[in-house]
Design a protein around this ligand. Structure first.
Ligand code: 5GP
Ligand code: ZN
Length: 161
């Protein structure tokens, strides 16, 4: 991991090295696929994860629900009249990183329970709502700290696009 951190740091701060590697690998996409996990690992190690900052209260958020394991807050760029993000306090990058541990099972349960409680509170249970977990680039994930989108207050369409 220390090796990864050194490589990632050099890639960020050393344009010559970055261009050199880009030439070697030729394809930009392949290059970014290779280094993205390293950059993400470095960000998390530096405590740069935006949702971890929200959990620690270093970035303001409009919280609607919180317990020992999870926190829920309004999305900064809502895609529906009700758009809440429900996240674990523990840094888990994405849904496919959930392990078989009791802790992770409890986290998943708490997230689903929170969605139900919030949907009830916001009076969208009966009308209906949608829960979305974007995963990895083609899934549209932009923040690599697991989050469940709870969307409601308007008619949802299908296919989602
Ligand atoms: P994703 O694209 O990863 O599925 O969802 C990330 C979500 O986080 C987006 O809907 C985006 O609007 C939201 N988001 C990003 N940064 C912040 C922030 O600082 N505060 C809040 N409340 N939401 C954020
Ligand atoms: Zn995080």
């Amino acid at each position: 991991m220390i090796g990864n951190r050194m490589i990632a740091r050099n890639l960020i701060h050393n344009p010559k090295l970055r261009n050199f590697l880009l030439k070697i690998f030729g394809q930009k996409n392949f290059f970014w696929k290779l280094i993205t996990p390293l950059l993400k690992a470095q960000k998390v190690m530096k405590g740069d994860c935006i949702f971890c900052k929200i959990v620690r209260g270093e970035i303001n958020s409009k919280k609607v629900y919180e317990n020992e394991k999870i926190v829920a807050f309004h999305d900064i760029n809502p895609q529906a009249p009700i758009h809440i993000l429900v996240i674990p306090k523990k840094h888990i990058e994405k849904i496919i990183d959930i392990s078989d541990s009791e802790e992770d099972k409890e986290i998943l349960y708490e997230i689903i329970k929170a969605c139900k409680i919030i949907a009830d509170q916001m009076k969208i249970s009966e009308r209906g709502f949608r829960i979305v977990v974007n995963t990895n680039p083609e899934g549209g994930q932009t923040v690599y700290h697991l989050h469940f989108h709870l969307l409601g207050g308007r008619q949802m369409r299908w296919p989602p696009g």
